[in-house]
Design a protein around this ligand. Structure first.
Ligand code: B12
Length: 315
């Protein structure tokens, strides 16, 4: 376990980032700051607040105590008592290093190439070494968009040209999928935050992009359930009735798998909570007519855009 004291005190994040990473609204953060004296952000000349990685970890710890049923005043008191005894609470578990701390030796594409070589030669210990070192150098978005994605695209091309076996492609994509699932489970679930169900259209098996989206949105504090591949939409609508999410997000790569999604928002509209249906994926990226025809919200052509659209819809 890592203590919160091991995280940097350097002030560098705005209240927006603190809010995204902890799932606590800026207005609540300011109230906690005033009333409970939990964090003391640095003030810029324009009076804007700047927070540190340690502040982020502390707020994550506080929200975890709230999830355990404590009131905010009891959680703040518990924290004060610990600090009075010179003890720092444990940071919430994470498979990540506290934050990227090393200067990259190479640009991300070099590591994408190295990962491709390690995975296609079935050298798992080399692949694991690359993952460990990129986690110490880059933010998750860079790892996902500039290392994992190009590596997977290269695997797809090598498979298409007949240079690697189907089994090799399965081995490589399952390795990356495993890393992503570990990350997903390492981030805490904030039960008070907006809830999202994310997965793949019926008969769609490309689940890595929606899994990346799930990890990144969970990191920002949303309550995300990743439901994986091949979701029948009637069953998903029934599940949404049980769970009452704010949003349901599905991905489709082909015309055939995208077709059932045209019925998803109408089905969700029949539920008392009327969740918003968000969709995306390679099929919609290439078909603007389908983006317009499908009811719900097209989240964007990239995962970064999808994260922004989710913020715009839910915050
Ligand atoms: C791994 C893989 C598989 C695995 C998937 C395993 C898994 N658990 O996910 C398996 C073996 C199941 C598989 C099966 C098939 N695959 Co495949 N697969 C791939 C591969 C190598 C990687 C996919 C991936 O994860 N990419 C990484 C993601 C992050 O990149 P991306 O999908 O391009 O996503 C970007 C955008 O599209 C967008 N995006 C994607 N999804 C979403 C979702 C939302 C909500 C949003 C907002 C955005 C978004 O964001 C990303 C960029 O930021 C690709 C190669 C490639 N070019 O991607 C082929 C590829 C996608 N597969 C392909 C094919 C043909 C198939 C099969 C038909 C093969 C077959 N004959 O059986 C089947 C179809 C299965 C099905 N019905 O779904 C083709 C598709 C070509 C096409 N469009 O027609 C590709 C491109 C390979 C190739 N070069 O030909 N595949």
């Amino acid at each position: 376990m890592v203590s919160i004291a091991e995280f940097s005190k350097e002030p560098k994040y705005t209240i927006k980032v603190l809010s995204e990473r902890t799932g606590v609204k800026p207005v609540t953060l300011r109230a906690w700051e005033r009333r409970y004296d939990l964090i003391e952000p640095e003030r810029l000349d324009n009076n804007y607040r700047l927070y540190s990685e340690r502040d982020i970890q502390l707020i994550r710890w506080i929200t975890h105590r709230l999830d355990d049923g404590l009131s905010i005043s009891s959680a703040a008191r518990e924290y004060r008592l610990l600090r009075d005894e010179g003890i720092w609470p444990e940071a919430l578990p994470s498979v990540l290093a506290p934050e990227p701390s090393k200067t990259p030796h190479h640009p991300p594409q070099v590591y994408a190439e190295q990962l491709f070589t390690a995975l296609t030669s079935r050298n798992e210990s080399a692949a694991r070494g690359i993952i460990n070192s990129v986690q110490s150098m880059f933010d998750l978005k860079i790892i996902f968009f500039q290392i994992f994605t190009p590596c997977l695209h290269q695997i797809g091309e090598a498979w298409f040209r007949g240079e690697i076996r189907i089994a090799t492609e399965h081995y490589a994509s399952n390795f990356i999928r495993g890393i992503l699932l570990n990350l997903l489970q390492a981030f805490p679930v904030y039960t008070a935050a907006p809830s999202l169900l994310i997965g793949c259209a019926p008969e769609e098996f490309h689940e890595i992009a929606p899994l990346m989206l799930s990890v990144l949105l969970r990191r920002e504090g949303y309550q995300v359930e990743f439901l994986g591949a091949d979701l029948p939409i009637d069953d998903l609508a029934a599940y949404a009735q049980d769970v009452s999410p704010e949003m349901v997000i599905l991905s489709a790569g082909f015309k055939r798998t995208a077709q059932p999604l045209f019925k998803m928002q109408p089905l969700l509209n029949e539920l008392p909570s009327k969740p918003v249906f968000g969709f995306g994926g390679p099929y919609f990226n290439e078909n603007t007519a389908a983006q317009e025809k499908c009811q719900g919200v097209f989240l964007g052509t990239s995962l970064d855009q999808a994260i922004q659209t989710v913020h715009d819809l839910l915050d």
